[in-house]
Design a protein around this ligand. Structure first.
Ligand SMILES: Nc1ncnc2c1ncn2[C@@H]1O[C@H](COP(=O)(O)OP(=O)(O)OP(=O)(O)O)[C@@H](O)[C@H]1O
Length: 540
């Protein structure tokens, strides 16, 4: 059997593929394959007792006599006759870390002949030489064209995993061929930027104006590719301009929010007949709302058909994922053989996060925050607050973001914050990111933060998908409204997988909230340790 062979789907029952010793191969995703004496095998999901059928989707490097190899597995059995002599799996040496220890396949080897060389070279130039664990597991599935629920920790590299198969398929004809749905404008800009960079846009480009508007044309190099365009359709953009652009020259790839994409489809400005891939990133943000559910249903099973395209759902958190997979098939959002790539299901959050909590009175939270910022001296930090409630809005109270930012500003001015700061104090002037801000304000806030400002006070608008590798600390001034929200807020730090530097997450709670924190700890399968901090004497 050759490397990269895609095995036949659909066979249910005992597999007929013959594998030789060892009699147990630990799979990267926590699956185990056990070999019976007659060479047949069965799979077992990590932590569960039931033996279930395993479908081998593709194999890489598994050739007779090979020492290392990789199998991607799905949910049900399938098999192809053949003999594979496996002495040892790479996965046997992996302890569940984010990247796979050497010797391992490079990203280029993993994607060879399936993704154009110039894109792989660009990825390597960006520092993506080896796949992350999520990419290692997902790419064989995605590049084989299977529909997929890609379910992997925050910061595990899901964006590159779904972009590579899309970019591999785009052709320079004037028709929308792929759509990526994202929950926020900020995430949309980020994803579009990665796509454009992989397509060959110069890293040194200063074309930020057109980037902001979402209209950048990129010349693909070699592989017979001509001009490819990525367009963003994001909240706050001008609907008229978007319509004009799409009509004049349809882009090959669209990154947008569900609302904007649906509006253009329904007004017949965006035609879906050439679509080959749809990605729904952060899928769980769209579940549970009737309005979003309707838009999703229309996009996935009215305006387009699951059988005509590849569908990819991605998130670090997919509550009730088995139910979701079932509903996906029932609603015709995906094909029957959708694969669930669930990376390290036993570890919901990156291991290199440290979780702490501080118990204090409500009125002491901000003083405690200042003391902690002085002690931690973060490289960059996001301070999360909850959304302002309706009552407080009606009363004309300032939003929690402003209250926190103004308090920190004042302490900075008094010299009580940033005592150990070696950089310019101005960099510690807090920024604010929240939904109510004007779009231009949000854009400039994020770019200032990326360029070296240290403190960002934000609502959950900053919790999803934003990749800000400089963030060393996350502070939850208010306890997040759900476990999911805790996981995503926490995931904004510790995003330097290669260095494996620890990110620190600190939640401020009043004593009554301790039980809520324990619930988060249980459900997120993590340990949150208490921290005692001396705020110092109070001024009269
Ligand atoms: N193969 C790779 N090697 C090194 N770094 C990588 C690789 N793939 C992605 N990264 C980097 O890892 C970081 C996280 O990637 P990405 O934003 O795709 O994570 P994610 O899984 O989408 O996270 P989230 O769930 O928070 O949205 C980014 O800085 C990205 O550039």
């Amino acid at each position: 059997m050759s490397a990269n062979a895609v095995l036949l789907p659909g066979f249910r029952g005992m597999a007929r593929m013959i594998l030789k010793p060892p009699n147990k191969i630990r799979m990267l995703s926590g699956w185990k394959i056990s070999l019976a004496k007659n060479g047949s095998f069965a799979g077992k999901a990590g932590g569960q007792n039931t033996w279930v059928g395993v479908r081998i989707i593709s194999s890489l490097g598994l050739e007779p006599g090979s020492k290392f190899g990789h199998l991607a597995v799905g949910r049900t059995f399938c098999a192809s006759p053949g003999t594979v002599d496996v002495e040892k799996s790479v996965a046997d040496e992996d302890e569940g870390g984010l990247t796979v220890p050497p010797p391992r396949l490079t990203l280029k080897e993993l994607c060879e002949e399936r993704v154009p060389q110039h894109i792989l070279e660009k990825a390597e130039e960006l520092g993506f030489k080896y796949p992350t664990l999520a990419q290692q597991e997902a790419l064989p599935v995605l590049l084989s064209g299977f529909d997929c629920l890609l379910h992997a920790q925050t910061g595990s590299g899901k964006t590159l995993a779904y972009l590579l198969p899309i970019l591999a398929k785009l052709v320079p004809r004037a028709a929308v061929q792929a759509i990526i749905v994202v929950p926020t404008r900020e995430l949309g800009m980020q994803v579009a930027k990665v796509a454009r960079t992989l397509m060959g846009k110069s890293l040194k480009s200063t074309d930020t104006d057109s980037e902001e508007k979402g209209d950048v044309r990129v010349s693909g190099k070699g592989e017979g590719k001509g001009n490819l365009t990525v367009m963003t359709l994001l909240d706050g953009g001008s609907a008229n301009r978007q319509k004009k652009w799409i009509k004049a020259a349809p882009p090959q790839l669209i990154v947008g929010t569900l609302r904007c994409i649906s509006r253009l489809i329904e007004s017949n400005h965006l035609r879906c007949n050439a679509i080959t891939t749809i990605v729904i990133d952060e899928i769980d943000t769209l579940l549970g709302s009737a309005k979003e559910g309707n838009h999703l249903q229309n996009l996935l099973s009215v305006h387009t058909r699951a059988t005509d395209r590849q569908t990819i759902f991605a998130s670090a958190t997919v509550p009730q994922h088995n139910r979701f997979l079932h509903d996906c098939v029932q609603n015709k959002w995906a094909k029957n053989d959708i694969v669930h790539v669930h990376v390290t299901p036993e570890v919901m959050m990156p291991r290199y996060l440290q979780h702490r909590y501080v118990v204090c009175d409500k009125q002491d939270k901000l003083d405690t925050l200042v003391a902690l910022l002085n002690a931690d001296n973060p490289r960059a930090a996001i301070i999360f607050v909850n959304e302002q409630n309706e009552k407080s809005r009606r009363n004309g109270d300032p939003p929690p973001t402003s209250i926190v930012a103004e308090f920190l500003s004042e302490k900075l001015r008094l010299g009580e914050l940033g005592k150990k700061v070696e950089r310019s104090r101005d960099l510690w002037e807090p920024l604010i990111l929240e939904e109510d801000d004007h779009i231009n304000q949000r854009v400039s806030t994020l770019s200032e933060f990326r360029e070296g400002r240290c403190l960002l006070v934000a609502t959950d608008i900053a919790a999803r998908g934003l990749d800000l590798p400089e963030v060393s600390h996350v502070y939850n001034i208010d306890l997040p409204p759900s476990v999911t929200s805790y996981i995503h807020r926490a995931g904004r730090t510790g995003r330097r997988p290669i260095e494996e530097e620890q990110g620190v997450v600190t939640s401020f709670i009043i004593s009554k909230e301790l039980f809520v924190l324990r619930r988060i700890e249980n459900e997120a399968q993590t340990r949150i340790t208490p921290l005692h901090i001396d705020v110092g004497p109070k001024e009269e």
